[in-house]
Design a protein around this ligand. Sequence first.
Ligand code: ASP
Length: 306
Amino acid sequence: MAAVGTWSFSQPAVDRLRSLITSGCHATDAVEEAMAGWLKMTQIKFHPSVEMENDPETGRHIVGRGGFPNSEGVLECDAAIMQGTAGKFGAVAALRGIGTPIRVARKVMDRSPHSLLVGDGAAIFAREQGFSIEPNDSMLSVHSTKAYEEYLENRQKASGHDTLGLIALDKMGNITVGVSTSGAPFKSPGRVGDSPIPGSGLYAEHMVGAAAATGDGDRIMCYCPSFQIVQLMKQGSSPNEACCAVLKDIRRRTFPEKCFELGLIALNMKGEVGAASTVEFPYVFWDMENDSVEIRVQLPPSNKNE
Ligand code: ASP
């Protein structure tokens, strides 16, 4: 059993993964629950919900409700979930009006003949599955509305990227990765980042491990880092070796000083964690041996070492 999450704001979600997984929850249910707050499971004890995606406060981290809208003031979210078992993937992109996009991605995985639904099509599917589509105003927070007004005044793109990425390994040996983001602040309408693209924002393979990425999704998706990390783990690399090798290769190809914002996390079937990044990158790891949920800080490699 093990769990890891991107950025320090994932700490409540990793805490929740710990309590769900130790209660016997399946990794996929645990990831959905830790991201969205999902209390329908009757076989597990009640755990207080943290509602990461649906909490307007986490919107500051560019996740779900309260995230930064696109250049027309509309919040569009991307989310995906992948279970290691072959063929288990579901994603939504540019989804409007729903505060828990990971739950819709899960429904795509379980109930749709398709794997990725976007925009209006994703919203129609969500409505068919019982989700209500909220007006855009209720998707924004005071903070994101103010940021958008400032953007309209000076047309300066806000910097900053964050994706909530979670990987869980359960008692039965299932491994699942999920990601959720409102994407680049004030992006063009319809822009989709790396997060819902399999192999780029996330990847998982049963009996091997899983990986997730965060950062500049327009660039990340050119390199499929999550797929590459899992392939390296399959060939025997540790999660840390795999993350570092993939980062090194991307930095070599882009030239280290021109490399974009990128944070990578990975977990294998032994519960070993790995990370690599081009920026200071805090991630949260549930360390089973010490039974602690701890924030670790990954530092970028120095150009001199390459
Ligand atoms: N990768 C996400 C995107 O570009 C955002 C992020 O992780 O910062 O949509």
